[in-house]
Write a protein that binds this ligand. Structure first.
Ligand SMILES: Cc1cc2nc3c(=O)[nH]c(=O)nc-3n(C[C@H](O)[C@H](O)[C@H](O)COP(=O)(O)OP(=O)(O)OC[C@H]3O[C@@H](n4cnc5c(N)ncnc54)[C@H](O)[C@@H]3O)c2cc1C
Length: 398
């Protein structure tokens, strides 16, 4: 189909199928990350998900047999463009479409893809990521959770920490040690298992903003069939690193058809122009340094989005590489700078925790500002991204 025709048909279909309430900024609690344990509070979100999933457009470039639409990159970019035109919300987010799905496409067996990808594309399963441990964050390869070989299955013991959404997840993808007698990177395997498996338990951890988005996760003699091993035994470091590149990159999201991740990044939840309009009267009397900072942030945000789009158009590879760390680092910095700027504009009204002196929006913004402290840590800290850029992108000596 030629691209103009594809654009026209896409536009028509979106105009008649995207519910009006899905053409507004995302409201906390209304998103869908897969699974049934945490429900969206907006019923339209499910109508939108079902319609998009039926067309394969929750994961547009995945093959049709796995729930995608098999779109070529050019078609995918047109679809993104049309979704942005009507300010459509992502129909489906979460670690299924953005992390484990693309990783399974590359490393899964045919049976593993058939089992996991279609339910991910339909938003039926919520996934969580079992990587970090109390003694293994930046030094991830130091992880100690041990999966002992028992013939046709492993028995897993150990614990993970900071596991986002573990208490709502149906499945976990997990890095485990399967050989203790080799250099640390060479004794790790990548496995998946149901969070309902006997011996798996979770304990939520409260964050600085009062929410509990992540958990400690404990494994007590958890039985994992060997058919749940992704990639080869003891080659989990390669699979796990690839998944991190998907996690760290809006580019990855675009290139591997995670419209959800891509659109969230292209249309961030807190657009500066809106804020500027909102506070324009105040800004006229505000110091010129703040005005200049706000303009700098907005320019950085726009250049970031354009650079992402250009990178997708220029890249031949379907999978992301080490350069994704640049996107992760830049994005973390401008999002934090944006929230700091909002705080400066709001002054003391920006630090409301609770009580009648503050509006709901002011309280929500304060908590978001606190939560955003985590952006430079989650998915690998800023310092770790700079190390990767120095070594793997710039080729500087270790
Ligand atoms: C909101 C949030 C959600 C998360 N979700 C998940 C999840 O779902 N699953 C999961 O497995 N993990 C998750 N994490 C954990 C995250 O991946 C780790 O916190 C992160 O990798 C850092 O590890 P750490 O906390 O152990 O810090 P450490 O590794 O102890 O680092 C402490 C400090 O030392 C610095 N540092 C460490 N090593 C170096 C070095 N070599 N060079 C320079 N500086 C260095 C770091 O930058 C950091 O500032 C999440 C974290 C957050 C904040």
């Amino acid at each position: 189909m030629d691209l103009q025709q594809f654009r026209a048909e896409t536009r028509d279909w979106l105009d008649s199928n995207c519910p009006p309430s899905m053409r507004t900024r995302m409201v906390p609690g209304e998103d869908i990350a897969g699974g049934h344990k945490r429900r969206s509070t907006n019923p339209d979100a499910y109508v939108w998900l079902e319609r998009m999933a039926e067309r394969g457009w929750t994961v547009p470039t995945w093959p049709q047999e796995y729930g995608g639409a098999g779109l070529a990159k050019e078609e995918f970019l047109v679809l993104l463009d049309e979704l942005q035109r009507i300010q459509a919300r992502p129909p489906l987010g979460g670690m299924g479409v953005s992390m484990i799905g693309p990783t399974l496409l590359e490393y899964g067996t045919a049976a593993q893809k058939r089992e996991h990808l279609p339910p991910i594309a339909r938003g039926e399963v919520a996934w969580c990521q079992g990587y970090s441990e109390p003694g293994a964050g930046s030094d991830l390869a130091g992880l100690q959770s041990y999966a002992e070989d028992h013939g046709d299955h492993f028995i897993l013991n150990g614990a993970k920490i900071w596991t986002s959404g573990a208490n709502h997840a149906d499945w976990m993808f997990c890095l485990v040690r399967t050989d203790r007698d080799v250099p640390k990177h060479e004794g790790i395997s990548f496995v998946v298992f149901s969070m309902d498996s006997s011996g798996v338990s979770t304990r939520p951890i409260e964050m600085i903003n009062g929410a509990s988005p992540f958990c400690q996760t404990f494994f007590d003699n958890v039985r994992i069939p060997k058919s749940n091993l992704i990639g080869k035994l003891n080659h989990g470091w390669t699979v796990g690193k690839r998944l991190l590149q998907h996690e760290r990159s809006g580019l990855a999201a675009l290139a591997s058809a995670d419209t959800a991740g891509a659109m969230q990044r292209i249309k961030p939840a807190l657009p500066m122009p809106e804020l500027l309009r909102h506070y324009s009267a105040m800004l006229r009397s505000t110091d010129s340094r703040l005005r200049r900072d706000l303009i700098d942030i907005e320019m950085l945000r726009r250049s970031f989005v354009l650079t992402q789009q250009r990178a997708v158009q220029e890249t031949e590879a379907d999978t992301p590489g080490a350069a994704t760390s640049i996107f992760k680092y830049v994005e973390a910095n401008y999002v934090e700078a944006q929230l700091e700027a909002q705080l400066r504009i709001r002054g003391s009204q920006g630090v409301g925790w609770q009580g009648d002196a503050f509006t709901d929006e002011e309280i929500a913004m304060c908590r978001l500002w606190l939560e955003a402290k985590s952006i430079s840590i989650a998915g690998g800290s800023n310092e770790v991204q700079l190390n990767i850029i120095a070594k793997r992108v710039l080729g500087l000596p270790d």
